[in-house]
Design a protein around this ligand. Structure first.
Ligand code: ZN
Length: 376
């Protein structure tokens, strides 16, 4: 029996493998230069037909221990289909049992979105009409950061920014972008055509390429939590945010969607900018208009279960959505998807999944169109 994680977005350490009892004890490694940890992704080989007991013994010390309550582990034989197996969280340990049908099997916190798939995504997208790909900057480790620019340039178009995976261990965010792009670039979709008539898009599908490859939950390679860097990003510590913010200053922003996953809440929801100093009635009405329309058109999205609202003037201004709402006076939303499942519409076999994230990403174009004329 062997456990490995020495690959793209792999993360696990072996504490002990007891081959007599088929008992495997594991630990999640900390993010690069950071104390965050929660993301895991590893491979088990040589265990076909053997009922194995697996435990992640440091789960209780992870960044979001409540994330393990009612959480089921993602498993794949072919690295395409990721089904769930039940897990229990007891005495600080995440425990699950599995008898592999095949010689090699992968386990992960959520269906991974690989670096290769990321490159396929941006290269396939650039071949569509009116799409350009630009390197917006370099990451801490010197990797390219790809940005897609979508739409015919024309005066008075609204500028919409969509960014994802500031937190690299939230791959549902890039699955969301994949579904979003597929629909936006579908010429037979009337919603997309209408949106592109009126808007110009800047899309950064992966803000944290280094952290994604490293198998981190929240940190970049420098150890920065990129979604706490938007007040004063630096080239030294958070170049990823520095470059994107600089580009935003050039283009202006009429709408920002920042896409994430939430470890604890089993729902899709939005965090808005009600706590920023310049919050006003117009912004409140725009947030409501967007949220209500999304709820009306997509049963997977809801607005009951979400983060506690910020008090006026008490927002954390280091977050992208708050910082951008304040800087540009625009509608600016953080979109959160679950790691667990959508408790309103549970799916026993897959939980919240790559496929469902893609469909949600496509669905966001409805509220985008709905608010488009009123954006400023
Ligand atoms: Zn996040």
């Amino acid at each position: 029996m062997k456990i490995t994680s020495n690959f793209d977005s792999g993360n696990i350490e072996v504490v002990r493998i007891d081959e007599k009892k088929n008992d495997i004890k594991l630990r999640i490694r900390k993010d690069t230069n950071s104390d965050f940890f929660q993301w895991f992704h590893f491979r088990l080989t040589g265990a076909a037909g053997i009922p194995c007991k697996l435990s992640i013994v440091n789960a209780g010390k992870s960044s979001y221990p409540l994330g393990w309550e009612n959480y089921n582990v993602c498993v794949s034989y072919d690295r395409e289909e990721w089904f769930r197996i039940p897990a229990t969280f007891r005495s600080g340990s995440l425990n699950f049992q599995f008898k592999s049908v095949h010689d090699s099997v992968y386990f992960a916190y959520f269906a991974p979105y690989s670096f290769e798939r990321h490159l396929d995504l941006v290269h396939q997208a650039q071949m569509a009409e009116d799409v350009r790909m630009e390197i917006v900057g370099k990451t801490f480790l010197g990797r390219d950061m790809e940005m897609l620019i979508i739409g015919k340039p024309r005066k008075n178009k609204k500028v919409i920014w969509v960014i994802a995976r500031q937190h690299p261990g939230e791959p549902m965010a890039e699955w969301f972008i994949e579904g979003f792009l597929e629909r936006l670039l579908d010429k037979s979709d009337s919603v997309s055509r209408m949106v592109l008539e009126k808007a110009y898009f800047y899309v950064v599908p992966n803000m944290n390429v280094d952290g994604s490859i490293a198998g981190n939950l929240r940190a970049s390679a420098s150890g920065a939590n990129l979604n706490r860097e938007w007040k004063k990003p630096t080239l030294k510590h958070s170049p990823e945010v520095y470059h994107v913010l600089k580009k935003m200053d050039e283009t202006g922003v009429n709408l920002l969607l920042d896409v994430h996953g939430d470890e604890e809440l089993p729902y899709n929801f939005i965090a808005a900018s009600e706590g920023i100093p310049s919050y006003n009635e117009w912004l409140a009405s725009m947030e409501n208009k967007f949220i209500n329309h999304w709820m009306d058109t997509c049963p997977d999205f809801q607005n009951l279960h979400k983060y506690p609202l910020d008090k006026f003037g008490e927002a954390n201004m280091t977050l992208a959505s708050n910082a951008i709402a304040e800087r540009f006076g625009c509608l600016s939303l953080t979109i959160e998807m679950p790691f667990k499942d959508n408790a309103d519409m549970p799916d026993k076999r897959y939980g919240w999944s790559d496929q469902r994230s893609k469909i949600l990403g496509a669905s966001v174009l409805n509220p985008v169109l709905h608010v488009l004329d009123d954006l400023k």
